[in-house]
Design a protein around this ligand. Sequence first.
Ligand SMILES: NC(=O)c1ccc[n+]([C@@H]2O[C@H](COP(=O)([O-])OP(=O)(O)OC[C@H]3O[C@@H](n4cnc5c(N)ncnc54)[C@H](O)[C@@H]3O)[C@@H](O)[C@H]2O)c1
Ligand SMILES: [Zn+2]
Length: 398
Amino acid sequence: MATVTIQTGSAQPLRVRDALEMPGDDRAPVQGRSSRSDAYPIHVTRTLPEALLRLNDLIGDARVGLITDSAVESLHGRALLEGLDDLGIRPDVAVVPSGEVHKSLDEAVRLWHWLAAGPLGRRDVLLAFGGGVVIDMGGWVAAGYMRGMRYINLPTTLVGQVDAGIGGKLAVNHGEAKNLIGGFHQPTGVVSNVSYLETLDVRHIRAGLAETIKKALIASPDYWTFIEARAEAILAKDLEALEQLVAAAGAIKATLIERDPYEYDSRRTLGFGHALAHPLETITGYGPIIHGEAVALGMVVECRMAAARGLLAQDTLERVIALLARVGLPTCAAELPAAVDGDALIAATEKVRLARGGHLRWVLPAALGDTLIVDDVTDRELRAALRACGIDVRRQLS
Ligand SMILES: NC(=O)c1ccc[n+]([C@@H]2O[C@H](COP(=O)([O-])OP(=O)(O)OC[C@H]3O[C@@H](n4cnc5c(N)ncnc54)[C@H](O)[C@@H]3O)[C@@H](O)[C@H]2O)c1
Ligand SMILES: [Zn+2]
């Protein structure tokens, strides 16, 4: 057996002693192995000074590159930079244009050029300061730069705080499909400061609620009860209610991810509503229907398919639709902010299915906290559910 001795010491050079043996003659296949356990804190704060304290701990003495979008920069950039400056942290800043359409390979490449031209190294840290767009793209840029540099999420939208900021699932969009180019890379830490949500419009609060209702339905009847009880306070941006909402979302998502970090099986429930939401965003050009709205409709479609199979009780279906409607999320085509071409939607869904080797996974709920992941949904079932949501899909695919 080989022995490996690694001696480390702050003042001493790193010494590595190896005596690896040649493999035997049997030519047995070598098994590549890698295992790693990532752990990171998810902090929820109510004020910028508290958030800055958390950031200071996470950053340590690393250099910082800050990625944000134009809207967040003009609303909150200055206060953050001043607060960091007081701590002796002076980041290099990159600003991307605001909006889903800019979660793109082109913007990611621009960010890599910016990094390459600057002083940041692998041990330094990127700070993703913005909504899900900045987080998904900033994290992915961090993952790809120098084979993976550290990044911290400072989400400023409800979607970012309850979902995108946690779990290290990163990507940019492509004209062919949403999130087509991406990977997994966990953050060094997450600081969700709910006071950032005070400047967020109610449409984006609703969009964030869609991702919390998703978590409640797949994993936590308790969380469902909380959302039902506090929906109005959340929409009114009551900071205490938001803090509870965000903290619980972090705890629930962290538990689901720990079980299945790379989405081999059980984590797939987090994709509830997304098998349809992503094609819906793609065919409408990444903009008119925002992510949370698309997820809301996608959840209704999956619930309808589950009810049609006799899996989900009719009254639970109605309860889901009622809660989504109560918080102002779309539950049928007429409530979507853009017209949807049903045939284009089915074609885009089919494209995703083919790109995934013929299997498109659907998450069908059976009850609160009880879901089935299936890949045998037929074209007929999908069309029936879409029609029940008022989406016109009469023509068959050629
Ligand atoms: N990786 C994941 O696990 C995961 C989970 C959920 C969503 N997502 C992704 O997140 C994206 C959607 O995120 P989003 O809804 O945050 O979108 P977003 O990042 O586009 O933010 C929405 C809008 O709000 C603005 N904004 C951000 N913070 C603000 C603030 N505090 N006040 C006022 N305006 C503010 C932004 O400039 C933008 O115009 C989608 O691409 C989705 O796929 C990823
Ligand atoms: Zn989502």
